[in-house]
Each structure stands twice: as structure tokens, then as C-alpha cells.
Design a protein around this ligand. Sequence first.
Ligand code: ADP
Ligand code: MG
Length: 589
Amino acid sequence: MTLTQNTQRAALLAGVVVLALLPLPDFWITQLNYIALYSLVVLGLVLLTGIGGLTSFGQAAFVGIGAYTSAYMTVNLGVSPWVTIFVGLAITAVSALLVGWITLRMSGHYLPLATIAWGLSLYYLMGNLDALGKYDGILGVPTLKLGDWDIGQGRPFFVFAWTLALLGAFAVLNLLDSRTGRAIRALRNGSMMAEAMGVNTLRYKIGIFLIAALFASISGWLFAHFQRTVNPSPFGLKMGIEYLFMAVLGGAGYVWGALSGALITKLLEDQLQVLLPRLIGTSGSYEIIVFGIVLVLVLKYLPDGLWSLVGRWLPKPRRVDDWANAAPLAERAKPALADTVLEVQAIRKQFGGLVAVNDISFSIKAGQIVGLIGPNGAGKSTTFNLITGVLGLTSGTVTFRGETVSGLPSREIARRGVSRTFQHVKMIPEMTVLENVALGAQLRGHKGALSSMLRLDRAEEQSLLKEAARQLERIGMGSQMHELAGNLAMGPQRLLEIARALCGDPALLLLDEPAAGLRHKEKQGLIAVLRQLRSEGMSILLVEHDMDLVMDVTDHIVVMEFGTKLMDGTPEEVQQSPKVRAAYLGMEH
Ligand code: ADP
Ligand code: MG
């Protein structure tokens, strides 16, 4: 996916020049104009649905806002289209933020329903407002002009619309290949991991909903001035479904898939509109039935769309390791050696009648590795979740570096310098190892969506990637950084999570069964890294079943059983404790 900035610019320029010179007949120019307009909408759906996992049937309504705003203002108020586009974008932004803010905080299934409702209500609103000409719409919309040059029709419009569509495509590609893009790509795998990396998942969801709406609005603006008339029908639910169809058919996960989906759908629709009424004998929009059937087939047999077939044959662009000279990221001030870093006081978690964590207390000093051991189900992972804010406490307090952090969301606790791994590995399989690890450095970067789209984030991005590569080298995975994370064996997946956690520049590291599934050599490597981290003053809380490893590296051990603290002490004390032996003898270890 990574092309250098210059190659991208060159490709874009070449694309536009080729389009301008292409000796296409007028009929095809018109068709391709529509395809450019559709592409803009579908590009938004790539971000929203294909990458972000949020389904919207309501994109046509945002197209409508862009189209109606410009039509109304140019016809009735005489405002220039070059001004109305921004008014349309502003109205779109306000409605998208409102709709997104209300629906995106609810669980995933509400969004599709809400977007249907939104699409329908806007359609009827457009159709019933006198000011908007009811179902007849607004006629006599002016064409787009640059000075005296009419660029609103024919070939000039064709070049203009495709320039915008291609710019949109590159903007989305750039966005996906950035700090913001990694956060967006983390959204569909549930919010727990992303939030633990400091990502405000609701904000990012609203963000992609907004970007998709703005793309649709630009398409609507173009549409109004190209058609020279607007009425509600192209902005109704049927079209909303069709946009989604284009995205899914082409491959909603791929930018070029979206564009091909728009192309194929338009061509297919043209053919079907002629063919089907002839076959059936009466006229009507029967193509929507065929689309429905095709959609079911694609979802069943080719869930990644047609582009996944093409993509297989394309050479995989390899990321160039161009971060050698990148500035190192700033590091947080670390606690002084032997300062208390974490203080856990009588923390408790009840799941209904089950007391999973029963008034547990312990503390960790800087430069200390504390082991948390106990049979399966003892409450170790739940303790992790309480400390990191993934779960709310029933009672008790957690103090990190002198500040009470219990009650804060997990991303805020991460921001203060607590990093963790998960017992059940949580990563993005379709991202490379390097990108997954860079997600851990999310809070150490600041560039947002707009900088990424315009490629103004490169210096920071290189610093983030450099840090990710450094942590991967440190944990012995440097040679695998460009592999897809989903192709890793279990052991390396765990190491990936440790490297990702280290990217957060933590003062406290929580590792949940890091050695499970590791081979002997990987384990030795892990032990060496843990020792090195401790010597650098890192505090570590370690849950692990490999007793040799635990006894080897920890300074202090807390033993849990059935949610309660059985004892705590040095590794020697724990090994010699009859209570601990009794607890473990009953278990299979
Ligand atoms: P450990 O990590 O020590 O093996 P856990 O912390 O995962 O133990 O689990 C402790 C107890 O809490 C177990 O009995 C488990 O079934 C229960 N538990 C953990 N998470 C939940 C949850 N989200 N809802 C209900 N019960 C849970
Ligand atoms: Mg566990």
C-alpha cells in the first residue's frame, strides 16, 4: 500500500492526463461521469463499512444534502457553486455528527437501522418541503464554470469529476496508511484492544462516519450541477442500498475495489435496464432484484468482493524501511527507582454472585517484577482488567504513580503509562506485524486524519514506525516485521503484543501469560528482555503458568486462589509455602 509521495502524485497526474486524452464517445463519457460520482460515495463506504465495519444505508441522504444545498442556494439565492459546496459540506458535517453521535454509541446493529431511518426521513423531507420543490425538485441549476469556461458538462466535467474521485481515492489510501488509519483499522475487532492502545473508539467511529458523509456530499454537489436539476429520487433508500451494493461487490475493504464496484454496477445496471423489461414484458426497476441476488451470492462466495480476486495477482508493494533518520519519539519521565508505581487497595470484582476478585491488595515498585500466580479461574486476568480500566471495579482503588486511576477509561490509564498484553491475543490479522506494533505507539503521535490524507504526517509516521521496528528488534522479531500478523504462530503473536505494549513507553507493563505457546529459545529471549527492562527501571506485573520462568525472573509473587489472595512473598517463600503447595496440588500443573 505504501507508495512514495512522488509516485502517488505522478500516478494521479498520469491518470488525469490519460483520462483527458482518451478518445471516448460521448455516451461513455456520460456513463463514466456517473461512475466518478458514485465512486466518491463508495470511497466513503470503504472507510466506514469495509475498513471500519460500520454499515450505512443512508449515504444517499448525504449526497442529497450536498445536492439540494447547492441547488437551492444557486437557484434561489444566486450564490456561486464554489461557495455552496462549502455550505453543503458544513450542513452535511453537522447532520453526520448528530446522527453519528446518537447512533454510534449504541452497539453495531443499531447503526444500519438508524441509517435506514435517516435515509427515509430525509427523502420524505426533501419530497415534502415546498421550498425544495417537493417531488418535482429544483430545476435550472447552473452548470459549473471556471470564469467563462464551462466545466460542468461533457469532457471538462469528466476530467474534473475524475480528478476529484482519484484525489479521494488517494486521500483514503493515505489515510489508511497512517497513525489514524491504524486506529480505524482496529475498530472492527471490538473496542477493547483499541481502547487499551489509547484509541477513543467512539471518536474514530464518528470520524469515519463524518468523512464518508463529506465524500457523499461532494458527490451530491457535482451531481446537482451536472444534472442541472435535483429531485428526491436519486437520494432515497434504494440508492443508499445501491451504494452499499457497489462497495460490497467490488470489495469494500479495498479502495480500488470500491471504484471497480461503482463501474461494474453502473454498467450492469445499464444492461439490465434494457434487458430485463424485454424479458419480463413490462417496465420497472427489476435490476434491483438482480442486484439483491448478486449481493447474496457475493457475500456468500466472495465476501471480500471482486477485487480480492484481482488483488491476488497484483505484486505486493513492500514497505521501504525509510525511517533510519527519523527522530526518536519523546519519552515520558520515568519514576525513580524503588518509587511505588502501582498501589492496588482492596480491589473487588463481582460478576453477579461470583466474586472473581475478592479485596486484593498489593503494590509494585519501579524496577520490580511482580508475579501474579494461581490456578485457572483464580481471578488473575480479571485483576489485570481492573487495573487497566477494561472492567469497572465493584470496590477498592487503584493508584498509579500517586494518582487514583480507578474509574478512568482504559485509554486514559494507558495514556498515563500503563501498557498490557492480553491472555487471548488481540491483534489485527490483516495488518503487518510492524503496523500492529505501531498501534502501541498511538498516543505518542498527534497527526490527525487531515494531515494523513494530505501526507503531511510523514516525519511523525517514520518516527512511530522506527519505534515499532526498534521494539520488534528488541524482542527478536525484526525479521518478521513485514509479515501479516495473521500468519504468525502463537508464540510470535504473544511477542508481537509485548513489542506493541513497549511501544507505549510504559512505566508499568502488565503481561498476561506471555510465555504460553513460546518455544524454548523464544522463552529464553523473553526472559532476557524482561531482565533488561527491569534493569532500565520498568515495573512489570506478570501472570504466567510457567513456574520456572516465574521463579526465575520475579522479585515478588502474589498468589491468588478463588479470587482471594492466598499469600505473597519472595519466590523462595512462595515455593516453600504449604498453603501454595496445597492449592497447586489439587490442580493439574
Ligand atoms: P484467571 O485469569 O486467573 O484464569 P479470570 O480472571 O479469567 O481467571 O476469571 C476469574 C473468574 O471470573 C472465573 O470464574 C471466570 O469464569 C469469571 N469471569 C471472568 N470474566 C468474567 C465475565 N466477564 N463475566 C462473568 N464471569 C467472568
Ligand atoms: Mg487468565
